[in-house]
Design a protein around this ligand. Structure first.
Ligand SMILES: *[C@@H]1O[C@H](CO)[C@@H](O)[C@H](O)[C@H]1NC(C)=O
Ligand SMILES: *[C@@H]1O[C@H](CO)[C@@H](O)[C@H](O)[C@H]1NC(C)=O
Ligand SMILES: *[C@@H]1O[C@H](CO)[C@@H](O)[C@H](O)[C@H]1NC(C)=O
Ligand SMILES: *[C@@H]1O[C@H](CO)[C@@H](O)[C@H](O)[C@H]1NC(C)=O
Ligand SMILES: *[C@@H]1O[C@H](CO)[C@@H](O)[C@H](O)[C@H]1NC(C)=O
Ligand SMILES: *[C@@H]1O[C@H](CO)[C@@H](O)[C@H](O)[C@H]1NC(C)=O
Ligand SMILES: *[C@@H]1O[C@H](CO)[C@@H](O)[C@H](O)[C@H]1NC(C)=O
Length: 823
């Protein structure tokens, strides 16, 4: 009896809701009346795998975050109208619960327009093809579908009790996304739509506040927020709203043919410190983990498969140092100042020349931020009886207004140089035995057969985007009555993208592709047309649908322009326009339709061994391999290949295009972070493939069994150098200013060598450190060797007690070390 009563009592206790009330004012969000400083990071669940989620989220928490943000990807979840997919890495509820179980809050940005360099900005293409639909404006067809999907997501989260009011982790939800940036061209109807969206969202009654980012005219029922590299100057449109930075761009994305962007840790920290100095209550790193655009999810057009973003966690989930730890130290410090920052009395001081001070007084505690926005001059600030030097483009934080606990320009953490590591002889290129088969092109290039007929050239989206590939086919009769008869003939095609492969009478005649931000190509090549009937078959390949801009959904993709036969007779030019001809359309490719990448494909036997063709377009390759040992992230090296897709055990790793090189110029050897960042600065990788390495998540692999790799090569390439490697820390460069602790870690492997160590005023970047003009009297190298070699981690305080007195006088001293990790 007593036991039963106890069980009942326990049941009551667990069913009692742990409900939280979320409110806010101009200073901060409050949970059950208690003020919260929120530091968040974006992790998009489909850009990693469920097996990666717990580790990524744990690392985010260890990095000092208390909130995770994600978008919701409509076109991934509803690929066909009312047919849903929430499995695998689309299991949104599992992702949200993983965040909850780590004790973190959630900002859920439903959109459902998300931009995100995701194909079509997250909109399903079937939606574009509904009768009478107009996107992102007062249009019933669109609004019904948007409401239907938004409601579905909210209902799913409610059912799982994930909203704060239900005791769950979701504190904040977003409707629409950066609509304010493009609202003007939509006119009054755009404004009506925006207000409708806000009201629709609020009517879903989640109990959590709704935000709209980049929406100055957002109605009072939602909070408008800021996106950008800096948001210190932002003020919400309502004096009683908190200051929220929904997207702090931790780096930038890549497009095919671009260099690789890098945003310095010092600058990211500067932007974050400035934001909280100026009254910020919530900032979110976009991205904290960028991850990978698997399959066909990359948008753009021309966004790469890697979505690394130079985020604090790299594409594979490794710590991107120094960004990860430099911001972690800042987060921990800010969190320790939560009370003064969210409820202290605030005073601003202008010191001139770009220097500003902010003092937060909370009871007995006085905390100071001193910032210097000057890009070239360090500031000497006199505050009370102190002289404080604040380096150019930096913020110093003094939690007691006495001692500098942190300066954004002073990195007291290691820089890691990541390397791709060989992992056992069985992964050498020579160990991979390849077979191959041609893509069967006959139906398209010889027979010209397809399922759709139209007497016009159609937008490639017409077939609901079920494949990257669409055949545009027509036939043309040429006889002596034709003006082009007897001339030198060529075929000329102007298309809106993205990649074109042209065939005439069964023969390949050439290819062309548009570039990122150039929305069409102009292709012309001489062709010997024959008298009588000629078959023209054009294969168009998408490289991600446009995801941004006013009316971006109307931007046509495919062979949308003109298709002409151009006849040249001396200086005279005659053209034969084929646009109004009878066109036949055929979706996808034979090998994709028949799933040649799947181990269960009925065609799996018909692969050829022995002689391996190279530089052959439209070719399938297959091999088996053993997974690299251990747990380090695995990458596939596709150098030597052209463009196509790669699958491991049937999982699509995304589009590959290692033959697309970045420009030779536009990279900086040394990057000066001391100025407003934009994506044109601090780039690297000039002259190299934009993306050579492709992530193979460990859970795509069988650790002990045989794994299968299938490539579809569209342009022609040579797979003989393909291999698998793991990504690990190759060398670690420690940095610590005087009295700070220098910590080194090879992340699980041992330190084998110390290449450089100096305490004084050494200089340079990791890999090319040089001694300065003053140095401690003891031999720093042997001190470091003794402390570190053979260990996985080591730490030492940078001071004269350890390294001996220096002759550096008043100039700031620091310790720099370069260590090599075991291979
Ligand atoms: C979405 O639309 C379908 C009809 O297509 C309807 O059955 C369903 O109830 C709608 N869902 C919501 C949440 O409105
Ligand atoms: C500001 O927001 C509050 C609700 O938080 C609302 O009552 C008030 O009307 C808004 N003010 C303006 C000027 O929109
Ligand atoms: C930066 O400092 C220099 C020298 O002190 C001064 O001339 C310049 O005006 C300052 N720039 C800004 C933007 O304050
Ligand atoms: C601050 O600098 C001034 C000269 O600019 C000097 O007179 C004063 O002694 C310094 N104060 C401290 C505490 O070092
Ligand atoms: C191709 O078409 C686009 C628009 O569809 C146009 O802007 C461009 O000038 C055309 N190029 C040529 C060479 O005609
Ligand atoms: C075709 O091109 C060839 C080679 O350029 C030239 O010799 C010939 O005269 C051209 N024919 C006509 C009809 O323009
Ligand atoms: C591959 O073939 C193309 C034409 O089909 C040719 O232009 C190119 O030089 C070839 N590349 C190699 C590496 O053989």
């Amino acid at each position: 009896m007593a036991a039963k009563a106890l069980t009942l009592l326990l049941l009551c206790l667990v069913t009692v809701c742990n409900c939280m009330e979320v409110t806010y004012d101009s200073r901060s969000f409050m949970i059950d009346g208690e003020r919260k400083l929120l530091i968040s990071g974006s992790i998009h669940y489909p850009r990693s795998t469920p097996e990666m989620w717990p580790d990524l989220i744990k690392k985010a928490k260890a990095g000092g975050l208390n909130m995770i943000e994600t978008y919701v990807f409509w076109n991934a979840h509803e690929p066909e109208q009312r047919k849903y997919d929430f499995t695998g890495n689309l299991d949104l509820m599992r992702f949200l619960k993983t965040v909850r179980d780590e004790g973190m809050y959630i900002m859920l940005r439903i959109g459902p327009y998300v931009c995100a360099e995701w194909t079509f900005g997250g909109f399903p293409v079937w939606l574009h093809n509904l009768d009478g639909v107009k996107f992102r404006t007062a249009n019933d067809v669109f609004m019904n579908e948007m409401q239907n999907f938004t409601t579905l997501i909210v209902d799913m989260a409610k059912k799982e009790k994930l909203f704060a009011r239900q005791g769950g982790p979701i504190l904040i939800t977003q409707i629409e996304n950066e609509f304010g940036n493009v609202e003007h061209p939509y006119g009054e109807a755009g404004k009506v739509y925006m207000n409708w969206a806000a009201n629709m969202a609020v009517s879903l009654d989640t109990g959590s506040p709704w935000i709209m980012c980049q929406q100055k005219d957002a109605p009072p029922i939602v909070i408008n927020t800021c996106n950008g590299w800096y948001c210190d100057d932002f003020t919400p449109n309502n004096a009683s709203s908190p200051k929220i930075w929904t997207e702090n761009w931790a780096g930038w994305f890549m497009s095919w043919g671009s260099v690789r962007p890098k945003r310095a840790a010092e600058d990211v920290a500067f932007a974050v410190a400035r934001f909280y100095q100026t009254g910020g209550s919530l900032q979110n790193y976009y991205m904290y983990h960028g991850g990978t655009n698997f399959g066909r999810t990359a948008g753009g057009p021309y966004i790469t498969t890697s979505y690394d973003y130079d985020a604090p966690l790299d594409e594979y989930g490794n710590l991107n140092e120094p960004k990860y730890s430099h911001t972690k130290q800042l987060h921990n410090l800010l969190m320790s100042m939560e009370k003064p920052l969210t409820e202290g009395k605030v005073t601003h001081i202008d010191f001139g020349n770009g220097a500003e001070g902010t003092v937060f007084v909370d009871g007995q505690t006085t905390s100071c931020f001193f910032s210097n926005k000057n890009t070239s001059s360090d500031a000497l600030i006199k505050y009370q009886d102190m002289n404080i030097t604040v380096p150019a483009w930096s913020v110093s934080i003094l939690p007691d207004c006495q001692t500098e606990a942190y300066n954004t320009a002073k990195v007291n953490t290691q820089t890691s140089v990541m390397v791709k590591r060989e992992n056992g002889a069985e992964n050498q290129p020579s160990a991979l035995k390849w077979s191959w088969r041609p893509e069967n092109l006959d139906v398209a290039v010889i027979q010209g057969k397809g399922s759709i007929h139209a007497s016009e050239i159609l937008d490639q989206k017409v077939l609901n985007d079920m494949s990257d590939y669409l055949w545009y086919m027509t036939s043309v009769d040429i006889d002596e009555k034709d003006p082009v008869w007897g001339t030198n003939m060529s075929i000329r095609i102007n298309g809106t993208g993205h990649v074109l492969h042209a065939y005439v009478n069964g023969e390949y005649v050439g290819s062309k592709w548009a570039k990122y931000d150039v929305h069409n190509y102009d292709f012309e090549t001489p062709v010997k047309f024959k008298p009588g009937r000629n078959q023209i078959s054009l294969l168009s390949a998408l490289v991600g649908l446009k995801n941004y801009g006013a009316f971006f959904d109307d931007y046509r993709a495919g062979v949308c322009g003109f298709v002409d036969i151009v006849g040249r007779n001396g200086d005279e030019i005659v053209t034969k326009d084929l646009a109004g001809h009878q066109w036949v359309y055929k979706n996808s490719l034979h090998g994709l339709d028949n799933q040649l990448y799947s181990q269960t494909s009925k065609f799996s036997a018909k692969w050829q061994l022995g002689y391996l063709p190279v530089n052959r377009s439209m070719t399938w390759y297959k091999t088996t391999f053993k997974a690299p040992l251990g747990k380090d992230p695995v990458v596939l090296d596709l150098l030597g290949l052209g463009k196509g897709y790669a699958w491991v055990n049937g999982n699509n790793l995304g589009r590959y295009w290692p033959s697309y090189l970045a420009p030779e110029d536009g990279c900086d050897d040394e990057c000066d972070y001391r100025a407003k960042y934009d994506a044109s600065q601090c780039n690297y990788g000039c002259g190299e493939p934009t993306q050579r390495w492709y992530h193979v998540p460990r859970d795509f692999l069988s650790a002990t069994g045989v794994n299968e790799l299938v490539l579809f090569e569209e342009f022609g390439g040579n797979p003989s150098q393909v291999n698998f490697k793991t990504v690990v820390v190759g060398s670690a460069c420690g940095s610590a200013y005087e009295h700070k602790t220098m910590e080194l870690s090879c992340q699980g492997r041992s330190i084998t060598q110390i290449k450089f160590a100096s305490f004084g005023n050494p200089m340079g970047t990791c890999g090319s450190f040089k001694k300065g003009t003053c140095e401690g009297s003891k031999d720093a190298l042997s001190i470091l060797q003794k402390a570190c070699i053979g260990k996985e981690t080591c730490s030492l305080v940078a001071n004269e007690n350890i390294f001996g007195p220096t002759s550096c006088a008043d100039s700031p001293k620091k310790l720099l070390v370069e260590a090599v990790c075991a291979i």
